[in-house]
Design a protein around this ligand. Structure first.
Ligand code: GLU
Length: 477
């Protein structure tokens, strides 16, 4: 038999839209698989039928496609271990439940949630870790059958062997040890018949040939349970690595208030996929190279040893930095399409390329391009307060002279400002600030040399005129 391929997976529960945290897990697994020339698999963990929605599965697959995170096996792609929706794998799980029951490694449990809740509270109050008391552990077959006949629906519990130490090497966090006595028998099938997360997740990793499970550290304490289960069933145990969670600047798990958004929101806002992948690949993983990289390049430099153990701090400015890089790298055609229909409606066909070139360095998102298109092409400017102030403080006579000279230098800002300097003696900041403010209503922005030809003689004249008039009106009072 050929050796099993190196295989990682992304195993989301389709209970909502993907956000930055989930996507980072998917990305790391993809990069790791690609680095090892292995397989990246997508499995949908939809065993919680109340909270899982097919719409979310469709949405997350769309998000992964959009980000370029292609999987070689799994939902939507097929493969030898189908089906990849856990909700369709019931008979497989049943087979393993029966095996465990036959070997008396699992037993039916009739304890109600209420009973378990009270026990839990009592244990916590006594300063002990909550653990199943073992009440149903020793029920006889006759007792079990009688209660089932009476209409009670049992869950199924895994019988955790006593006095064992479960040890494993976490590929990110190093050696781990857990005492089986601290674990307590745990539910592997709910009374509804649905498999518990521990169970289906571990069984599927084994059955689907996953060799490396890289996942959030919130799953670290599940791992000893999963290893016990797989060993009891003589199934292969993958390597596990638990990555630190993403937190906001205040150290709390990343949330909306920290600027965390769903992938869909990021897409709608105009993020480039490569900006997101370049940012996330560096969130809790270090690269020696700070270049903007393709997925292949990110994969080539990806190493499990470079994953941090400390929480990864989300930093919006870094995300924006990579977005700016992506804008910088996009072709004129890509940027034009990305700017969207509002911009397309404002910018004349023969000025497209010049417009893209003029504003490229000053846009992060289509909304910025819209702003500059409005500034260049609208007849009514709405200057910012700072721009109004710069106009008010402009040296006397500047705009009158500008109005006269613009006729001779209609689309050459350099020669216009040179001529103005000659005529008025005003130079430097005192010249450029009021000119920019008058022509764009802003104090910063794209180079005036590139903007003036787009604004054109008529609008430039109009803008100087309006400002000239207002200043005259003011000074008459
Ligand atoms: N469905 C689990 C989750 O979304 C998967 C955990 C794992 O990667 O093992 O958290």
């Amino acid at each position: 038999m050929p050796p099993a391929p190196f295989k990682t997976r992304f195993a989301p529960s389709p209970t909502g839209l993907l956000h930055l945290g989930n996507i980072r897990t998917a990305l790391f697994n993809l990069l790791l698989a690609r680095r090892q020339a292995g397989v990246f698999l997508l499995r949908i963990e939809d065993t919680d039928l109340d909270r899982s929605h097919a719409d979310h599965t469709a949405a997350l697959m769309l998000d992964l496609h959009w980000l370029g995170l292609a999987w070689q096996e799994g939902e939507g792609q097929g493969g030898e271990h189908a089906p990849y929706l856990q909700s369709q794998r019931g008979p497989l799980y049943q087979h393993y439940f029966s095996l465990l029951e036959q070997q008396r490694l699992a037993y039916p449990c009739f304890c109600s949630d209420r009973q378990l809740g009270i026990e839990r509270k009592t244990q916590l109050a006594a300063g002990r870790p909550p653990r199943y008391s073992g009440r149903c552990r020793a029920l006889t077959t006759a007792q079990v059958e009688e209660r089932i006949r009476a209409g009670e629906l049992p869950s199924l519990r895994f019988r955790v062997p006593a006095a064992l130490t479960v040890e494993f090497e976490d590929r990110v966090r190093g050696p781990q040890r857990f005492a089986s006595d601290d674990i307590g028998d745990f539910v592997i099938r709910r009374s509804t018949g649905a498999p518990a997360f521990f169970f289906s997740n571990a069984i599927d990793d084994a059955l689907m040939g996953v060799t490396f499970a890289l996942r959030g550290e919130d799953h670290l304490t599940n791992t000893p349970r999963q290893i016990l289960l797989l060993e009891a069933l003589a199934l292969p145990v993958p390597d596990y690595g638990h990555i630190a969670l993403v937190v906001g600047p205040d150290g709390a798990p990343l949330a909306k208030r920290h600027g965390s958004r769903t992938v869909r929101e990021l897409r709608d806002q105009g993020f480039f996929p490569a900006a997101i992948t370049n940012y996330l690949a560096r969130l809790g993983h270090t690269y020696s190279d700070n270049r903007f990289m393709s997925l292949d390049e990110l994969a080539a430099g990806f190493e499990v040893a470079r994953l941090g153990r400390a929480p990864a701090h989300f930093d919006e400015t870094q995300l924006l930095h990579w977005q700016h890089e992506a804008v910088h790298r996009a072709s004129d055609e890509e940027l034009w399409a990305w700017m969207g229909t509002d911009v397309h409606a404002l910018v004349p066909a023969d000025a497209r390329r010049a417009f893209v070139e003029a504003v490229r360095a000053n846009v992060w998102f289509p909304v910025d391009a819209r702003k500059w298109a409005r500034i260049v092409y609208s007849n009514e400017l709405a200057p910012t307060a700072a721009a109004r102030e710069a106009i008010r403080q402009a040296p006397a006579g500047l705009f009158g002279e500008a109005l006269r000279l613009i006729e001779r230098h209609p689309d050459d800002f350099k020669s216009l400002s040179e001529a103005l300097k000659q005529a008025t003696g005003i130079k430097g900041r005192n010249l450029f600030q009021p000119l920019r403010a008058a022509l764009t209503g802003e104090l910063d922005g794209p180079e005036m040399v590139k903007l003036l030809p787009l604004i054109g003689l008529e609008r430039a004249r109009h803008r100087f005129q309006i400002i000239g008039n207002q200043i005259t009106v003011k000074s008459e009072k």
